[in-house]
Design a protein around this ligand. Sequence first.
Ligand code: CA
Length: 130
Amino acid sequence: MPAYSYTQLSGNLTLGGTDDKITTKNAEGSGIYKAQIDTGDGNDTILTYTKYQGVSESTINLGAGNDELVASKLSDENSIGLIYWSTIDAGDGDDILDIKTAFESTFKGGAGKDTVIFKGNRIEYNISFY
Ligand SMILES: [Ca+2]
């Protein structure tokens, strides 16, 4: 499994049909910031561990396959949202988006049985299903 680690990932990253794993750990800012990421086919995993936004002002396409995106804070300090002003398209397959909190973002599950995990209460979110 090709694995990629960053403090902060920005710009364009296009991967192929292998099972890819991207990890960002950033104690100062966003893990994925102003990035266009396409992980292609395969069972891909993106893990972000950040102080503030895990994903900000970015577009992520996870492609076909059973993909997983997990956004976690490094500590319990206040955070506006772990996913901020971003679009995440999980593509076909049984996908898991463990995003906990989000602000002004769009999530697409594609075909398959998808799981999206939010923190807190349902009433705190304005969620539309298409
Ligand atoms: Ca891939």
